[in-house]
Design a protein around this ligand. Structure first.
Ligand SMILES: [Zn+2]
Length: 491
């Protein structure tokens, strides 16, 4: 496999091992051992290695390999691993006290979701109350965002640019088991030339030697991916970034727009972010070279798009929490960074899907959970099939990380990163909002918000930072809010 080389150097965030030490080989050998034991008949479904077993029965499985739904199934998790998936309800299974049977009444089991474009510590639009926020407070906020995302079903998060290696810090905290959070695939800060990102980078890395050093420094700090701003890079700098990252076993994602998008694909970048103005020629080259596409379609919203989305969600009953509706609408307008591309990007996304380009779900905006879920809904609203959308949130990200043999699908032998939802997301993608259970590495995540624990949303609303701003945004979108606080349906 083209990406197999990445597997060599990457540790798998989120692994539980003895004494808190992350050892990729230990995990692989344990999975192999479990599979071998089953083949030899040495393990039953309740007692492999004396670990706890959870049996999910009366479930429908969407395994995200592309296969159709498997109805009326039983999924058995022992320790960290899925050890069997069988037809029919659980019966004749061991009554071992370490075994728990959960009857899910026809709910749907999917692989855990991945949000492939996150900035854990970012609040956008800016909250003035956070202007003088000290770095240690920012670090805590990033972790709360990640943990909130896990409760929405995002068992993995790729960071696409983060200050002060905050993402690496949380990757380590979760991996060491101090708190339960998603697997974090960190990138540190983006590598950029001076005046990169449309002039926003004041003091970047210029020239081949500086780019190589920047990439190596990040890998030395523990990142799993390199983010670059390639539009302003010269060809030798772009090549140096790709060559150096690949030599160290990590992949490269680039924030890009045309004509830089084509140049990035040609230079061997593994994954395009945004890809504003993506041309047919670039899409064809991506399909040929196996380049992944993380469109962050939420960065290209028009009024019409936001209205369509909110009308749809209101009909489906996902607008009862009016505070969340208010905030996600505000974020949508804050993200209206390139509305001139709104129509083009929807079409480009569908063309890419039809051409066989591997798509990824990435929210760019925060929170990881809510906006990641919105991105899935916006894929479908843009014309991507529900199945391709779910695969963009599961199997494709695992493949980009070279972890497709461990994660990304619901199959025997894989790590038990799972989401259980009520209702079929292939019939209605918004059913991914109806999360009943989340498992990360075989551990069931507590979905209840603890007393004394603020929701991540509170960072957006605490200072009333959006009053005025939001009113303008809403009236631009044609929303009229009654006394009940619920949005009227747009025409
Ligand atoms: Zn971003």
């Amino acid at each position: 496999m083209r990406l197999r080389r990445f597997f060599r150097g990457i540790e798998i965030p989120g692994m539980r091992t003895e004494r808190g030490v992350r050892m990729r080989r230990t995990r692989i050998s344990r999975v192999c051992l479990a599979v071998v034991m089953m083949l030899l008949g040495l393990a039953d479904s309740s007692s492999a290695g004396g670990e706890e077993t959870t049996i999910l029965t009366n479930v429908n499985v969407i395994d995200c390999t592309g296969a159709p739904v498997q109805e009326n199934m039983t999924v058995v998790i022992t320790g960290t691993t899925i050890i069997s998936i069988t037809t029919g309800e659980a019966s004749g299974l061991s009554e071992n006290p370490s075994t728990r049977v959960v009857d899910l009444d026809g709910a749907f089991v999917l692989p855990g979701f991945w949000n492939m474009h996150s900035h854990l510590s970012e609040v956008f639009p800016d909250n003035p109350a956070l202007a003088d926020e000290p770095i240690h407070a920012r670090v805590v906020r990033a972790g709360i965002n990640a943990m909130d995302g896990l409760r929405h079903g995002f068992t993995s998060v790729r960071s696409a640019g983060e200050v002060e290696y905050i993402d690496v810090a949380w990757q380590q905290i979760f991996d060491q088991g101090f708190l339960i959070g998603p697997r974090v695939f960190a990138s540190g800060e983006a590598v950029s030339p001076t005046a990169g990102h449309r002039g926003m980078v004041a003091d970047g890395d210029d020239g081949v030697a500086a780019v190589r050093r920047a990439v190596r420094t990040r890998v030395q700090h523990g990142v799993s991916a390199i983010k670059i701003y390639n539009v302003e890079m010269l060809p030798d700098e772009l090549e140096a970034a790709v060559e150096t990252a690949h030599s160290l076993g990590v992949h490269v994602m680039t924030h890009t727009r045309e004509p830089g998008a084509y140049a990035a694909v040609a230079a061997g970048v593994d994954c395009l972010e945004h890809g504003y103005g993506l041309t047919d020629e670039t899409i064809a080259l991506m399909a040929e070279k196996g380049t992944f596409y993380d469109p962050t379609i939420i960065c290209n919203l028009s009024d019409q798009y936001i209205r369509e989305r909110e009308a749809r969600l209101a009909v489906l009953g996902h607008s009862e929490d009016t505070e969340i509706v208010r905030l996600r609408t505000a974020i949508a307008y804050a993200d209206e960074r390139s509305p001139e591309f709104a129509v083009h990007q929807r079409l480009a996304l569908v063309k890419a899907a039809e051409a066989g380009v591997k798509l990824l779900i990435g929210s760019d905006s925060m929170p990881v959970g809510e906006i990641g879920t919105l991105e899935m809904e916006q894929f479908v609203l843009s014309g991507v099939s529900e199945m391709d959308t779910l695969i963009a949130a599961t199997r494709n990200p695992a493949e980009l990380l070279g972890l497709e043999e461990m994660l990304g699908t619901v199959e025997v032998g894989k790590l038990a990163d799972l989401v259980v939802v009520k209702g079929n997301p292939l019939e209605n993608i918004s059913n991914v909002r109806n999360v009943l259970m989340v498992f990360k590495d075989g551990i069931e995540v507590d979905l209840d918000q603890k007393l004394g624990t603020a929701r991540y949303w509170d960072y957006f609303s605490s200072a009333g930072s959006m009053s005025g701003y939001l009113g303008k945004a809403e009236s631009a979108a044609g929303f009229q809010r009654g006394e009940s606080g619920s949005a009227n349906q747009p025409e």
